[in-house]
Write a protein that binds this ligand. Structure first.
Ligand code: HEC
Length: 195
């Protein structure tokens, strides 16, 4: 299954290049989550509960130090934290755990905030994983090969449309890769990894 890797002289040199990883894009990856899961209660086109509008042109008011979205700090960002609460928690969003964010959406939202919560584009490119050999894979870490034959080791975090979310254990960063940039084997691996 991994013949192409075995033949490669890059065996055990796990390189993640800028061509395979891209930062989260607000318009195509985050705005649809708000639209589908939050707008019923947080949009000027419908209702604005809790004085919170998440429309594209209102969202900037929520971003900044001390606000609901703190760039670079998802774990301190109320908006993200509230989406991860237990479904019985009175603060969980959406309320009562209805129409919850999927695990993939939660990871994407987190990555977007941690990359700087840019509304205009892909934000800063995520730091590349070290090119040096990594230690033996821990549980849950799989090998992923792209169409150029480069291989990385990463944890599968979910599928989001045509993208796969992979977490690099050494850096703790989540990367979004287009499935079409992965080898057929890795694409199949992503599809079977979906729980
Ligand atoms: C069914 C309606 C509903 C949906 C859907 C919903 N919310 Fe809310 N949200 C509320 C209500 C009502 C409040 C106000 C709660 C309060 O003040 O106690 C609120 C408050 C909040 C707050 C706190 C605002 C503040 O500054 O105090 C955040 C953050 C939030 N929602 C985020 C979200 C996100 C993100 C989504 C989508 C993933 C979402 N909500 C979906 C009804 C909803």
């Amino acid at each position: 299954m991994l013949h192409s890797i075995m033949k490669s002289s890059l065996l055990f040199a796990f390189v993640l290049t800028a061509t395979t990883a891209s930062a989260v894009d607000f318009k195509s990856q985050i705005a649809p989550i708000f639209r589908n899961k939050c707008f019923a209660c947080h949009s000027v086109t419908k209702k604005v509960k809790g004085k919170l509008a998440l429309d594209d042109d209102k969202l900037s008011e929520q971003i900044g130090a001390g606000k609901n979205i703190i760039p670079g700090e998802a774990a301190k960002s109320t908006m993200w934290v509230n989406c991860t609460l237990d479904k019985d928690d009175s603060d969980v969003m959406p309320p009562e755990g209805k129409n919850r964010l999927t695990d993939g959406e939660v990871e994407l939202f987190k990555a977007w905030i941690n990359e700087g919560a840019s509304l205009t584009g892909g934000g800063a490119a995520p730091a590349a994983a070290p090119a040096a050999a990594m230690p033996a894979a821990a549980g849950g870490v799989l090998k992923w090969t792209n169409t150029e034959g480069k291989t990385i080791e990463a944890e599968f975090m979910g599928l989001e449309g045509d993208n796969v979310l992979l977490k690099i254990p050494s850096t703790g960063t989540t990367h979004i890769l287009a499935l079409s940039k992965l080898s057929a084997e890795s694409q199949a691996q992503a599809k079977t990894a979906v729980k």
